[in-house]
Design a protein around this ligand. Structure first.
Ligand code: BES
Ligand code: ZN
Ligand code: ZN
Length: 507
């Protein structure tokens, strides 16, 4: 990142300070309260100062409405920004996250070195305080992400920006902890976004493994990387098969974190690390093929999840597994009809070499099962069908375990990331039966492409282990049209925050 931006909680009385930029939040009033005015501004004197703008309905308090008053010179503040947070009824920590992201964008536009954000004007009740403190930190840090590693001229080189989140509760322990947890989470999300945005030539399986090792240094994570020879020796026929069409060696990345007693069962996260998916011999059309550098976002986000869990020192034992390879149509590539054997001995026909994610995940899920974990969760940009089903708002997940489903719902409510359960049943399993091998990587039926892919994965999870699969094909990148703290085109880092919340439920 070219601009160094820092964020800190500050316990000060904004009224008696002054400075370059003041950001305060406005709330729209409900119909009932609207008789006299329509917007509530909690900062003393500001409503009087902006009376005309309120009268003219330039400020309505509607969520995300951002009004920048340059050179207002209000109580010693040169510029004032008013960000709407909607009605009290609709307010939650996601509104706060987006409001802080909007605040960040406005501060950026003012080209300043220092800004003060009036946290207390959010009007977060006691119950929401901790969630809003976390959301505030996340909104700011997530909105600050830029990917300019490959630009020769960096914007605003060497500039620095200090943003103070000012609150009378800055000394409160819960408030402080939540705010700093938010900073950690958003920081790892930005790290994972960077892995995703880095193009395929600069983010090979080898580089992905190196970046993981480098990032894990000093974090308490143990990282082991298997090379091609080891992958072959470990009978990972799915991962090996997919890698055959490429000059780049595959890698199997194993991350371990022990935050609890040795005797405690681990939980395992698995992520698809396809550093570029050309489709292989069943080659993809060229339109938008460049987006397939993002086919490792499941892996990148599992790496981020592991880093966050270690940095937050959660009291759980966790393993993170990322099978990493390219899918290319080189002379030794898998051919349609080829049969491979996964680590658990099950065979599959590769009837379409573009359905490669499930092949590399098969071995990883076998290895995960061998750890006798309390649960396995995977994330993968697995199917185009997922994009058709849910677009880029919700991440679809599949599980047959009711308890895990409840935990996922709880975790995603706490994180603010939207998830939606998708069906998975025996009919989907039946559709994946092979003719010449145990399984086919293509469904024999029509439709439900995401569910049949999930059914394929299920064949590699040992009986009785709670397991859920998250298809992030629609939400892994380009969600900025929905969420103002995500880049318009780049990787989103989706599910890291939910996975960390999920891990907490096993602590
Ligand atoms: N990586 C793709 C899935 C994908 C497509 C993610 C578009 C995001 C956007 C995956 O490897 C793939 O190509 N899947 C095929 C499976 C099919 C051949 C059964 C698909 O979805 O078309
Ligand atoms: Zn593919
Ligand atoms: Zn793929």
């Amino acid at each position: 990142m070219s601009t160094t931006t820092s964020f800190q909680l500050l316990n000060k009385d904004l009224k008696s300070m002054g400075g370059s930029v003041l950001v305060t939040f406005s709330r729209s009033l409900s119909q009932k309260d609207k008789a006299e005015k329509s917007v509530h501004l909690s900062f003393p004197g500001l409503a009087q100062s902006l009376a005309q703008s309120i009268e003219d309905k330039n400020i309505t308090g509607k969520a995300l409405e951002t009004c920048v008053f340059r050179e207002l010179k209000f109580q010693g503040y040169r510029h004032v920004v008013v960000v709407g947070t909607g009605t009290a009824k609709d307010f939650d920590h996601e509104v706060a996250r987006q409001a802080f992201a909007a605040a960040f964008d406005a501060i950026k536009s003012l080209n300043t070195k220092e800004a003060f954000i009036d946290f207390d004007s959010l009007g977060a009740g006691k119950k929401d305080l901790s969630a809003c403190a976390k959301a505030a930190a996340e909104g700011l840090v997530l909105a600050s992400y830029v990917f300019d590693d490959c630009k020769s001229k960096k914007k605003e080189k060497d500039s620095s920006l200090l943003i103070h989140v000012v609150t009378s509760k800055a000394a409160d322990k819960v408030m402080k902890t939540s705010f700093s947890e938010g900073l950690v989470l958003a920081d790892v999300v930005n790290f994972s976004r960077n892995l995703g945005d880095t193009p395929g030539n600069l983010m090979t399986p080898t580089i992905l493994a190196e970046r993981t090792q480098e990032a894990a240094k000093g974090s308490g994570l143990r990282v082991t990387v298997w090379d091609k020879a080891r992958i072959k020796k470990e009978k990972m026929g799915g991962l090996l098969g997919v890698s055959l069409g490429s000059d780049q060696e595959p890698r199997f990345i194993i991350m371990e974190y022990n935050g609890a007693a040795k005797s405690k069962q681990p939980i395992v996260f698995v992520g698809k690390g396809l550093t570029f998916d050309s489709g292989g011999i069943s080659i993809k059309p060229s339109a938008a093929m460049e987006e397939m550098k993002y086919d490792m976002c499941g892996g990148a986000n599992v790496i981020g999840t592991m880093l966050a869990i270690a940095r937050l020192k959660l009291k759980v034992n966790v393993m993170g597994l990322v099978p990493a390879t390219e899918n290319m149509p080189g002379p030794s590539a898998n051919k349609p009809g080829d049969i491979c054997f996964a680590r658990n001995g099950k065979s599959f026909e590769v009837n379409n070499t573009d359905a490669e994610g499930r092949l590399i995940l098969s071995d990883a899920l076998c290895y995960a099962s061998e750890q006798k974990p309390a649960m396995i969760v995977d994330a993968a940009t697995l199917t185009g069908a997922m994009v058709v089903a849910l677009g880029n708002t919700h991440t679809g997940f599949f599980t047959r375990n009711q308890d895990l489903k409840n935990k996922i719902k709880k975790a995603s409510e706490a994180s603010g990331e939207w998830t939606w359960q998708m069906p998975l049943c025996d009919f989907h399993v039946k559709d994946m039966k092979g003719t010449f091998a145990d399984l086919s990587n293509m469904s024999s039926g029509k439709g439900a492409g995401s569910a049949t892919a999930a059914a394929f994965l299920e064949q590699f999870v040992a009986e009785g282990i709670p397991w859920a699969h998250f298809d992030i094909a629609g939400t892994g990148w380009a969600v900025g049209n929905r969420l103002n703290y995500c880049p318009k085109k780049g990787a989103s880092g989706v599910m890291i925050r939910t996975f960390v919340e999920l891990a907490r439920l096993y602590a």
